[in-house]
Design a protein around this ligand. Structure first.
Ligand code: ADP
Ligand code: MG
Length: 256
């Protein structure tokens, strides 16, 4: 069965200030969506809510993942259910290699499925990592480094994509917005998504950066403005944004 992430009339406040004001969006396995919009429109708020960040209060609406109430699930349950949320500012874990981190994550998932599982064997895991790193054209030494410790912006993105490749989520949400995003990081994320895209993976790429559309071709493009999705379309909407920026959308929705 195809899994879907269904966001229905979602209202979210931060410190009692309404930020999201009725967001509707469905992302299914096999689809690639881009969520775009100017800074401050609420894109990261949406990502943070989906991640279960405690600072964000859902005041109305629902999020259903694969038929279950996502907002009732703990962060680790969300992950085990097949939702992958890339952190915009990933934490460093000195002393834990990327490989170890990924093996623990995989094993936790196997145990959740089958309490008697012994987890993935080390040789099997090594083979899996090598295959994924080859697919993503990463140097094998990368897996031996401490997670995000001293990583450059581009390396953090690489680590994120490797996690996504290894954990094989059904739906992945990548919040790429804001400062620190350079064209290299953008290309790493885009190449990764392009390599991993397929019928088993649904992706929501969040960005205000229109140039991402030169690297990723989403099938669906949505524009968020002031906490609502005000436009949705296909690749033609992406072209229009590239040409005209966000101002025409703003003018259309706030005729003042
Ligand atoms: P975007 O990702 O589209 O740039 P954000 O979701 O980061 O937008 O921000 C939308 C609005 O919500 C902004 O006005 C921002 O200041 C506010 N906001 C988001 N997160 C927080 C937070 N943790 N605390 C206070 N205000 C926040
Ligand atoms: Mg943001």
């Amino acid at each position: 069965m195809v899994a879907a992430l269904e966001i229905r009339n979602l209202h979210v406040s931060v410190e009692d200030r309404p930020i999201l004001r009725g967001v509707n969006l469905t992302v299914k396995q096999g689809e690639v969506h881009a969520l775009m919009g100017p800074n401050g429109s609420g894109k990261s708020t949406l990502a943070n809510v989906l991640m279960g960040h405690p600072a964000y209060q859902v005041t109305a609406g629902q999020v259903i993942f694969d038929g279950e109430d996502l907002l009732e699930m703990e962060a680790d349950e969300r992950s085990r259910a097949g939702l992958f949320l890339a952190f915009q500012y990933p934490v460093a874990i000195p002393g834990v290699t990327l490989a170890n981190f990924l093996r623990q994550a995989l094993n936790a998932r196997l145990k959740a499925k089958d309490p008697d599982s012994k987890g993935i064997s080390i040789p099997e895991f090594r083979r899996l990592m090598k295959a994924k790193m080859d697919l993503l054209q990463m140097d094998h030494s990368f897996a031996g480094r401490y997670l995000n410790d001293g990583f450059s912006g581009g390396e953090k993105k690489r680590a994120e994509i490797l996690q996504m490749a290894t954990l094989e989520p059904r739906i992945a949400i990548l919040d790429e917005t804001d400062s620190g995003l350079d064209i290299d990081a953008l290309r790493i994320v885009s190449d990764g998504v392009n390599k991993l895209r397929g019928p088993q993976l649904g992706v929501l790429v969040i960005t205000h950066y229109q140039r991402i559309l030169n690297y990723i071709q989403p099938e669906y493009v949505h524009v968020m403005l002031d906490g609502q999705i005000v436009e949705s379309g296909g690749p033609d909407l992406a072209l229009r944004l590239e040409e005209m920026g966000y101002e025409w959308i703003r003018a259309r929705h706030n005729p003042a």
